[in-house]
Design a protein around this ligand. Structure first.
Ligand SMILES: [Mg+2]
Length: 237
């Protein structure tokens, strides 16, 4: 296996353990409008941009026959909750070490996140090790037309690095993100969510060829046969 021309990293749930905090914020916000979100609904929100998530939650509120808040009203309830919770996120195990290994081997890196620039600034503040990634594509990037699961964010990151996305390794933890990276042509590594049984997570519709790992420590750049499971024959939703 060739070494990557660049490594493209998701942020939430991949480098930072923010997903339980994002879920908690969406749960509290939805509850404010009378809706109890299910674990499957919370999983479906992962990897997507804030406005896309808010629109989805509004649809669920409408489907439950409840009074539907405006997008702005929903986000206004969620925002202060998220601002308290998100700076508490810890690094995902092995994440600082993985970036250090990339740096040590002079592999270019980019952050490809659905989070806005201001949200990334908030979350990254307690984590100076994230400064190793200088090039960032945010969910509100002015050059971005469509967010994950569309391929645009990964294509944009590869273009800015001056590399072919097909030579890049992408690191994701959500279906929306993995589908985005696969559609851009990247080799996709999926960090399986820790809050579900591994068998359940492996059964999700990850893109064909995805390399599933349970820890970032399983990632190697030296041509060693990687551990983990490689999937084929499945399609994105
Ligand atoms: Mg993620």
């Amino acid at each position: 296996m060739d070494a990557p021309a660049a490594c493209l990293f998701d942020l939430d749930g991949l480098l930072l353990d923010t997903e339980p905090l994002h879920s908690e914020a969406w749960m509290q916000a939805a509850r404010h409008f009378g809706l109890a979100l299910t674990p499957d609904q919370l999983l479906a929100l992962r990897g997507r941009r804030r406005f896309d998530c808010a629109e989805q939650v509004r649809q669920w509120i409408a489907a439950a026959g409840l009074g539907v808040p405006s997008l702005e009203a929903l986000l206004a309830v969620r925002q202060p909750i998220a601002e308290v919770l998100l700076p508490q996120a810890l690094p995902m195990p092995g994440a600082p070490e993985l970036l250090a290994r990339c740096q040590g081997q002079a592999i270019p890196m980019a952050l490809v996140t659905s989070s806005s620039r201001s949200a990334v600034a908030l979350k990254a503040l307690p984590h100076p090790w994230l400064a190793a990634i200088a090039l960032r594509v945010h969910g509100d990037d002015p050059e971005l037309v469509a967010g994950k699961p569309e391929p645009d964010p990964y294509r944009l990151a590869a273009r800015r690095l001056g590399v072919d996305p097909r030579s890049c390794w992408a690191f994701e933890d959500s279906l929306a993100g993995a589908c985005s990276a696969a559609a851009a042509g990247c080799r996709v590594h999926v960090l399986l969510p820790r809050d579900r049984p591994a068998q359940d997570s492996m059964a999700l519709a990850w893109p064909p060829g995805s390399h599933l790992v349970q820890s970032l420590a399983e990632i190697h750049f030296d041509g060693r046969t990687p551990a983990g499971v490689r999937l084929s024959g499945q399609d994105c939703h």
